[in-house]
Write a protein that binds this ligand. Structure first.
Ligand SMILES: C[S@@+](CC[C@H](N)C(=O)[O-])C[C@H]1O[C@@H](n2cnc3c(N)ncnc32)[C@H](O)[C@@H]1O
Length: 185
């Protein structure tokens, strides 16, 4: 099946630029010696910058070409649906999802499986465009026109999905367009 991310994998890191490492360090409560899972982590554009702050990094993604790019970095790529992760229960200390939740096939199932692989005492952080804002609604429309399988949720809806899994959840917002939903298990 046609995959939009296979198509743009070659230029993805250059177009998106590096992440805000200090913000990630703070929301993920780093450093830790444990393992971090980057769900829908693509090329590893974000998590590869956390290498010196965590024990090991696993990037799980569906796009072969995005994952191929991640092999150039010091992280472990795994091709898998985040809705059906090939990992044992409670094996990651941190789970990160950046700008990917709205691309997943089933957000509810993804959240449940991401929480399943998180250790008790661990933290899951989801960064998403804030669907309360008009600019993000326009982005959603553009992705629909481009026939991407996007399904946006507000940060409050994501919080409720995570809270239903029994975790303590908070939302932090950056400027107008980005929200971080942070769940402690
Ligand atoms: C916008 S990219 C974000 C990549 C990375 N998190 C970043 O910020 O650089 C979204 C990624 O989600 C992946 N993806 C979409 N649906 C997925 C699924 N069901 N399971 C795993 N990965 C998925 C895509 O292949 C793509 O690499």
């Amino acid at each position: 099946m046609f995959d939009h991310f296979d198509l743009i994998a070659g230029i993805y890191d250059r177009v998106m630029g590096p992440p805000d490492t200090e913000r990630l360090r703070q929301v993920l409560k780093l450093p830790t010696d444990g393992w971090l899972l980057d769900g829908g982590g693509g090329t590893g554009r974000v998590s590869s910058y956390l290498n010196n702050m965590v024990g090991n990094i696993v990037v799980s993604d569906l796009s072969q070409r995005m994952l191929k790019k991640s092999r150039e970095k010091d992280i472990c790529p795994v091709r898998a649906h985040v809705e059906r992760l090939p990992f044992a229960d409670e094996c990651f200390d941190r789970v990160l999802v950046v700008d990917a939740l709205h691309h997943f096939c089933n957000q509810q199932e993804a959240v449940e499986d991401l929480m399943r692989v998180l250790k008790p005492g661990g933290r899951l952080v989801i960064e998403e465009p804030d669907f309360n804002h008009t600019g993000v609604k326009l982005l959603a429309l553009a992705e629909k026109i481009a026939m991407m399988r996007s399904h946006f949720f507000t940060p409050e809806q994501i919080r409720d999905m995570l809270a239903a899994n029994g975790s303590s959840v908070k939302i932090e917002k950056d400027g107008h367009y980005t929200a971080w939903v942070i769940a402690d298990k």
